[in-house]
Design a protein around this ligand. Structure first.
Ligand SMILES: [Zn+2]
Length: 243
């Protein structure tokens, strides 16, 4: 296994599968996690990625993502429900929760006190709908103290590359927006960071991946760069034992 790091985040490579990990979540006992890259097991080949993430054989609950604000708990559903957030309980036998992205922000929330968590898909529409703070609210309803949460905002398009129109600026309420070159650039992860802080998450427990999916051609898929045919990364969170 080789490892290279940037701040709190690092890339690891196991058997040809390269994935990104967040030190903040490594330190959150009771969870396994990983963010896939374009190498060796994305959304098309989750088994390779899961093995590299130390979650081999673990079933993964995925949803049919619709850029909305609906959150679900994995249950006995025969077909994929429409949702953009999945909650996990503190059950080490339960499924991992997975989110597919290629520029949108994968948000992993983990509470090392109760062992509960969530994965959220937050593009501009999900951010406008406030899906990440909604997940914090649902977890709070289940006894989680928001300031205990660890939040990892994975590889996503950065403010460097994400040019948006005024309708998007209006939808996100101007959060994370910078006027540039006669238009606007949106830093989705800064917008989500502000939302999480407003929901009571401790700023010291929010970590943003240092990579822009659009800039990092060799590392990640990007919808903006590659178009609708771009591959998808998968990000997973799983309870692995008592916190
Ligand atoms: Zn960029």
């Amino acid at each position: 296994m080789t490892q290279t790091g940037r701040g709190d985040w690092y890339l690891t490579e196991t058997d040809g599968a390269r994935l990104a990990r967040c030190g903040l979540l490594d330190d959150s006992r009771g969870f396994g996690h990983g963010f896939s890259s374009r190498d060796g097991g994305g959304a098309e080949n989750p088994d390779v990625f899961l093995a590299a993430a130390g979650l081999a054989g673990r079933p993964v609950c995925m949803a049919r993502q619709v850029h909305g604000a609906r959150l679900i708990s994995p249950g006995a559903v025969s077909e994929l429900p429409e949702a953009d957030g999945i909650l996990i309980g503190n059950n080490p036998e339960g499924p991992a929760a997975g989110i597919r992205t290629a520029d949108c922000v994968p948000v992993l929330l983990a509470d090392p006190v109760s062992g509960q968590g969530a994965v959220v898909h937050s593009g501009w529409k999900g951010t406008a709908a406030g899906i990440a703070p909604l997940a914090v609210g649902v977890l709070a309803g289940r006894g989680v103290i928001p300031s205990d949460l660890r939040a990892a905002l994975g590889p996503a398009i950065g403010g460097c590359c994400y040019q948006v129109g005024s309708e998007v600026v209006g939808a996100v309420g101007g959060a994370g927006v910078e006027p540039r070159g006669g238009g606007f650039r949106l830093d989705l992860r800064q917008a989500i960071r502000m939302q999480l802080e407003a929901a009571g998450v401790d700023p010291r427990r929010i970590s943003i991946a240092p990579w822009c999916t659009c800039c990092e051609k060799g590392l990640f898929f990007s919808w903006r760069r590659e178009g609708a045919g771009a591959g998808r990364m998968i990000s997973v969170l799983a309870a692995t034992g008592p916190p």
